[in-house]
Design a protein around this ligand. Structure first.
Ligand SMILES: [Zn+2]
Length: 156
């Protein structure tokens, strides 16, 4: 199916930009922020567009945990293949074991906020925003010291 004339650039931008925003730990919908209170804790709503960051379902962040697991497994695979390729035929196994355990302990913690924003970007791609995503009360966001949302979609 062909995209309507003139929308190719829009479509391409629309797919990439939420993930770029997510990698910058910003709201995948608008690029606003900050959306993290701590390294692992999100504000309930984007302070700029008002998007509810937990999109309504119980266990919503299970997908983020899956993204985190994929990242850890990717790092593990690249580490094992890279280390063994560089040190073969006599890899230092003790060093390999210690560094692998440390890497596997640190990577999930470091990637945790990215897994949340990347999952949110993926979810926004699969399930585009609706009016309901902006209906979540914003009082809790204000309690976290975040500015109230603005713009046409920021209805209280
Ligand atoms: Zn936003």
């Amino acid at each position: 199916m062909l995209a309507p004339r003139g929308t190719e650039r829009y479509c391409r931008w629309n797919v990439k930009s939420p993930f770029i925003r997510a990698l910058r730990l910003r709201c995948p919908h608008c690029g606003g922020g900050p959306i993290f209170v701590t390294w692992s804790r999100l504000v309930p709503n984007c302070p700029v567009c008002g998007l509810g960051l937990e999109r309504g379902e119980e266990g919503y962040w299970l997908g983020a945990y899956f993204f985190n697991l994929m990242a850890v497994e990717t790092v593990f695979t690249v580490w094992v293949v890279g280390f063994l390729a560089l040190t073969w035929p006599s890899p230092p196994w003790d060093l390999f074991q210690i560094t692998t355990v440390l890497l596997m302990a640190v990577t999930p913690f470091l990637f945790f906020p990215f897994s949340k924003t990347l999952f949110l970007a993926f979810d926004l791609m699969v399930r585009p925003v609706s009016e309901e995503d902006f209906r979540v009360p914003h009082e809790e966001a204000r309690r976290h010291g975040v500015r109230p949302p603005r713009g046409p979609s920021a209805t209280p």
